[in-house]
Ligand binder design. Structure first.
Ligand code: ZN
Length: 133
C-alpha cells in the first residue's frame, strides 16, 4: 500500500468576537513524510485558532453601531476568549459613552465592539439576556 507523503486540509478559524467558525486557510505539509501528511489530514475541518478580524456577520452588525457580545463572567477565565452567552446587541456610541468609564468607552468606540457581561445587560434591561448559557 502506497502511503501519502503530502496532504492538504481545510481548517477553520473562530471569530474573535462571537466565536462562530468559518473556513480558514488551506494548509499542507512542507516536509514530505507520511507522518507529517497524517498530521495535516487530522487537521481537516478542525478549528485551529482565531481569525485576525471579526466574521462577516459581526462586521455587518458593526456597521449598524457598537456590537456588544454577551459573556458569562462567572464562567469566563480568559478575557481574550470569554464564555459567550450567545447574545449580541448593537448599541449607539452615545450609549457606550454613558455606560462605560471614559477611557474604556474610547477604546470600545474605536474598536467598534466589546464583550459585555450578560448579568449587567440584564440589569440594564437589555432584551433576551441568556443568563443560563
Ligand atoms: Zn463573529
Amino acid at each position: 500500500m502506497k502511503e501519502n507523503v503530502l496532504d492538504i486540509a481545510l481548517v477553520k478559524e473562530a471569530c474573535p468576537l462571537c466565536a462562530k467558525t468559518e473556513d480558514g486557510p488551506i494548509i499542507m505539509n512542507s516536509i514530505l513524510t507520511t507522518d507529517r501528511a497524517k498530521k495535516v489530514e487530522e487537521l481537516n475541518g478542525k478549528v485551529i485558532g482565531m481569525m485576525d478580524k471579526p466574521c462577516s456577520e459581526c462586521q455587518e452588525l458593526m456597521k449598524q453601531g457598537i456590537l456588544l457580545i454577551g459573556v458569562i463572567d462567572s464562567k469566563s477565565n480568559d478575557h481574550v476568549n470569554p464564555y459567550r452567552s450567545g447574545n449580541q446587541w448593537v448599541v449607539s456610541e452615545e450609549f457606550v459613552r454613558k455606560s462605560f468609564d471614559s477611557k474604556s468607552a474610547e477604546a470600545v468606540v474605536k474598536k467598534g465592539a466589546s464583550f459585555f457581561s450578560v448579568e449587567a445587560a440584564h440589569k440594564m434591561g437589555f432584551p433576551e439576556c441568556n443568563l443560563k448559557a
